[in-house]
Design a protein around this ligand. Structure first.
Ligand SMILES: Cc1cc2nc3c(=O)[nH]c(=O)nc-3n(C[C@H](O)[C@H](O)[C@H](O)COP(=O)(O)O)c2cc1C
Length: 193
């Protein structure tokens, strides 16, 4: 079952230039939870559909869209569905301690009320661009999506940090991701402490 999220806002308090100037990696968070509207806005910024043919907020080589977005809160792990702007529950329960352990005990994963997991299905890109260039395009794209999320968080008065240091297999197993969803980035988000 998928639950539609609140529509994203198209205006905010900060200009793009202000968000660029203010973005900083934040690694300490207050325990305050994020509301559904905040989570919806952050996920939309990451991979929301904004145009014809399913075009999204971030560019994608050949419009092949290899990225899969997951949202982890104290309540569970959810999968984001860009076309429906909706979430489906993957696992209920607080998985943060296990993700923290799989991420080399980086404390912010334990503290943050939300961690966005960006995973990729390489095959969607390598079928067209091959095994040499395909992965490069996937890495570019995850950077685009991550930057969108970081700037959106800043614009909303939130803090975030992109985390690339984690044990790939441990994260994949503990989140029980499908075999072809390879986790690339973990991005904890919350109110800066
Ligand atoms: C590819 C990549 C991986 C990163 N991985 C981590 C990480 O595992 N843990 C962490 O605390 N910060 C991580 N960072 C954040 C950097 O440490 C941070 O961006 C850098 O110190 C510059 O600071 P700023 O983001 O505040 O400008 C990563 C950044 C990038 C681009």
């Amino acid at each position: 079952m998928i639950d539609r999220l609140p529509d994203p806002q198209s205006t905010g308090k900060l200009s793009l230039e202000e968000a660029l100037a203010q973005r900083r990696s934040v690694r300490e968070f207050r325990p305050d939870l994020l509301g559904e509207e905040q989570i919806a806005q952050l996920l939309w910024a990451t991979q929301g559909v904004t145009g014809e043919g399913g075009r999204r907020t971030a560019p994608s080589a050949g419009a092949l869209y290899p990225l899969e977005v997951y949202a982890m809160t104290s309540e569970g792990l959810y999968h984001y569905h860009p076309h429906e702007h909706a979430l489906s529950l993957v696992h209920s329960g607080d998985l943060r301690r296990r993700l923290y352990e799989a991420s080399l005990n980086q404390e912010m994963i334990l503290q943050a009320p939300l961690t966005v997991v960006l995973a990729a299905v390489y095959e969607r890109v390598t079928v067209k661009y091959g095994r040499a260039r395909g992965p490069r395009y996937v890495y570019f794209e995850v950077g685009h999506a991550a930057q969108n999320l970081l700037l959106q968080a800043t614009a909303m008065g939130l803090g975030a940090v992109p985390v690339g240091a984690f044990r790939d297999d441990a994260v994949k197993v503990m989140l029980d991701l499908p075999a072809d969803h390879e986790p690339l980035y973990l991005i904890p988000v919350g109110y800066p402490r």
